[in-house]
Ligand binder design. Structure first.
Ligand SMILES: Cc1cc2nc3c(=O)[nH]c(=O)nc-3n(C[C@H](O)[C@H](O)[C@H](O)COP(=O)(O)OP(=O)(O)OC[C@H]3O[C@@H](n4cnc5c(N)ncnc54)[C@H](O)[C@@H]3O)c2cc1C
Length: 358
């Protein structure tokens, strides 16, 4: 059994490692060098997804910084907390530098006899050698040909990411502030470093000096020593209309992309990997081939859930966007009221952790 994976990002490597762990041969075709120069990106992974990672993919405890609490604020209710997420002093989320995860996966894969990395050539005839192809690559001709029909939303905003270096503090509480410019997250990654994700509605703030001022204005706990260089990403959300074409399955951000305000994009992909793995193992145990039937089952099982989840994230964005526009604290007050109810709070925590209520 051999699977072909196309792409050079977090998704392709994570998926490749999941499959080789099951003694499935993987040929990974990539167009670019896997490790990008972007070392400022971090990723938050929910508790249950970290458990799945450690158990079925690779142990990531050594490269993770554990968060025990998430505090949500809104500009309209400054200093008053909107919601507080915590779970009996156990971790809620782990923050990881993308580069560290990529390096860990790459190192482990390079030593694995089931794994082969191949440079993608212009000639795509090699597809015929595989009964299952998983595509995570945005720019190859297959994507343009078969995976261009999508539901797309442009947010007319950019995500600004950087890392602040600060004086040492006990740093296990993440903070998200719904500011007038858009959601700003402080995501601790060590006692001396905190990652920033600022989704800014107005593109005139592309000048990073202005953004750094905004970060300083909204920072109430760190004694900042340095703000690293920044990166910008144009924000959009998308969902492919069809998850597969014959034996080619789209995966990762190519399949669905969401606003980063809840740190759920890659978490959705990890949940997809869980489902895909179950389907593959089930097919194998029944002696069935790994072919387009896997893609059919995958789409049937997960597409509607992903659609609902993506819309939920978009709803949160639009909710606070609306409040920002009407300049009223009424909506924040109602969220604050709901967040104080322990059942509602548990419900929110479960959705952020597992992507569903159970
Ligand atoms: C600022 C930011 C913060 C994020 N934080 C988290 C997090 O804490 N937890 C989590 O689970 N996921 C997070 N994500 C999503 C996560 O980065 C992607 O799901 C993951 O990198 C996709 O990997 P891939 O291999 O499929 O695609 P890649 O090949 O790695 O990514 C494809 C391209 O799309 C860009 N991209 C990814 N998401 C978006 C987006 N929403 N808008 C615009 N461009 C995007 C990537 O930066 C890259 O250039 C975040 C995304 C962004 C942009």
């Amino acid at each position: 059994m051999k699977v072909c994976i196309l792409g050079a990002g977090l998704t392709s490597l994570t998926l490749a490692k999941t499959l080789v762990n099951q003694n499935i041969y993987v040929d990974l075709y990539s167009q670019k060098k896997i490790i990008s120069s972007d070392n400022l990106r971090t990723i938050g992974i929910s508790k249950s997804n970290v458990e799945f990672f450690n158990h079925s993919i690779i142990n990531i405890d050594k490269i993770s910084w554990k968060l025990k609490k998430i505090e949500i604020f809104s500009d309209n209710l400054r200093k008053e907390k909107l919601i507080n997420f915590q779970n009996n002093n156990s971790e809620l989320f782990s923050i990881i530098k993308n580069q560290n995860l990529i390096k860990l996966l790459e190192k482990s894969l390079s030593k694995n006899k089931y794994f082969k990395k191949i440079n993608l050539s212009k000639n795509l005839n090699f597809f015929d050698n595989y009964s299952l192809v998983i595509n995570t690559d945005f720019s190859n001709p297959i994507t343009k040909k078969y995976f261009s029909k999508k539901i797309l939303k442009e947010y007319n905003s950019v995500a600004y990411t950087t890392i602040i270096k600060h004086q040492k503090i006990h740093n296990d509480v993440a903070v998200q502030i719904f500011t007038k410019m858009g959601p700003l997250a402080f995501l601790p990654i060590s006692e001396r470093e905190t990652s920033i994700v600022y989704s800014i509605n107005d593109s005139k703030y592309k000048d990073y000096k202005n953004v750094n001022n905004l970060i300083e204005q909204n920072n109430y706990k760190y004694k900042i020593q340095k703000i690293e260089n920044s990166n910008f990403f144009k924000l959009k959300s998308l969902s492919l209309r069809s998850y597969y074409h014959k034996n080619i399955l789209a995966f990762g951000d190519l399949l669905h992309r969401i606003h980063p305000l809840a740190g759920q994009g890659f978490n959705m992909t990890i949940r997809d990997i869980k489902i895909l793995l179950d389907i593959i193992l089930n097919n194998n145990s029944l002696g069935l081939p790994m072919d387009s039937s896997i893609n059919y089952q995958f789409e049937k099982k997960i597409k509607h859930k992903n659609f609902i989840f993506s819309n939920g994230i978009d709803f949160v964005y639009e909710f606070f966007n609306f409040e920002r526009k009407i300049n009223s604290s009424l909506l924040s007050r109602s969220v604050q009221f709901l967040g104080k109810n322990s059942s509602v709070n548990k419900l929110f925590t479960s959705i952020a952790d597992k992507g569903s209520l159970i």
